[in-house]
Ligand binder design. Sequence first.
Ligand code: 1PR
Length: 523
Amino acid sequence: MITLLDYGAGNVRSVINAIESLGETVRVVATAEDILSAEKLVFPGVGAFGNMMAILNRKGYTAPLKAYLAAGRPFLGICLGLHALFERSDEALAVEGLGFLKGAVKRFDVDRAVPHIGWNGLTIRQPSKIFQDLRGDEKFYFVHSYHVSPKDPKVVLTTTDYGEPFVSAIQKGPIVATQFHPEKSGRSGLKLLENFIASDAVAHRPAIQLDRTCLAKRIIACLDVRANDRGDLVVTKGDQYDVREKGEVRNLGKPVELARRYYEEGADEITFLNITGFRDFPLEDMPMLEVLRQTSRKVFVPLTIGGGIRNYTDINGRHYTALEVATEYFRSGADKISIGSDAVAIVESYRQTGRPSGDSAIEEIARVYGSQAVVISIDPRRVYVPSPDDVPHVVIETDLPGPQGENYCWYQCTVKGGREGRDLDAVTLARVCEELGAGEILLNCIDRDGTNAGFDVELVKAVKAAVGIPVIASSGAGCPEHFRDVFEHTDAESALAAGIFHRREVPIAAVKAFLRTTLEVRS
Ligand code: 1PR
């Protein structure tokens, strides 16, 4: 039996699901005594260091954890569960860590997007039982802005390159902790977890030794989900956001089945967008939570969920915060949440007052779950103008002139699934959301959505140039060449598509095979 330390923040559901999928049972720590009596302890930290240590202290878990570690008993820390082992973190300078290992947790200081999000490799520095039957060139899923810096080089198990080499796993006797998420790293991650669990696994140094590692470009499958006119939850797909055909909501399949198919076919991440979330309330729209629960039992890559994440008062006058809505999503299996319409409202209010409110959905969710868990989904539409001075927005010069020969355009933010345009441009929205604590931008484009005409490279370039966080290019993919174009002409970290995958026009594997000749992708 595996004992799992859930201190109440983030998605521990996926770790439980991954362990259970290996046929092992999981007991969740309910008292300090459960830590001391564990045979094997897994500590999957998600969120922010200060919040994590505050909860561990409040629950009285710090002393038993220190005792468990000092006794050299089997332990697997994941992400913040690795950070917790150290003395302190740049993320919360006044807060003491467990101090099991000497050293600190540092914020990335690199000329690349931070957080480091995606699939990267490992340079393996010593044998370990967790590597049994691995080749050594597998990629694992990372999502973090901070990395550990141990004083003792002997504890370094693996390093990974991201602008500079950083320590991506440590080992001291039976105590192992990884920066990456095995539970989100597909089959390789499950193998690694299985090795940790197995009592007979032996220390192994994989045959392939990478000198350096490289972050892969991610290919994301997106499922736009809503109820059709009969009330069934279906995956649908729009043409420039119009999801109806002959009056009916297009039905392209069942959400859980399709997500499972894309996982099997090699998607690096799956995104669900509850596209009517702006008018329904997700906590009353329980099927979406159930979709997440069922998907996360079978799909071991990151899951993002968007739609309806905002403050809300129900008909009985009960008030829910966006943080509560997000918490429900995380508890049901989401790794990241995505905010659409509410992000526009938050930025509009910021621009009116000239300062952050401190309690917006972006700020609150980032504070509790970490920036890496907060994605901003932007739904912009091109507006052509004859001259850059015509509007008080970020205007770009375009190679695709408008209907009157206009050589300039700006990208107008919309809300409610494109139904309402706002006096705000996509570049400004992205920049302010980053300032408020968002960790990633999902950049749709209404003009290109469902057209198979390729990504709007000019839009992606403009937004990517304005922010230091990763950008997901979305809308318009029609063939593998379109993915290559957006990766070659912009610095986007990932690309998302829906229609070509749903309609089986291009398999995910074909996109990756095509890209592999010139770019790093996950096998
Ligand atoms: O505003 O916080 O409630 O979130 C609602 C979410 O639902 C937003 O992320 C918004 O983008 C999404 N959404 C709302 N209405 C629609 C619609 O299509 N009518 N879908 C919609 C947006 C866009 C993409 C799509 C790509 C790729 N979908 O995610 O999957 O354009 O498509 P393609 O490869 O077929 O071209 P809130």
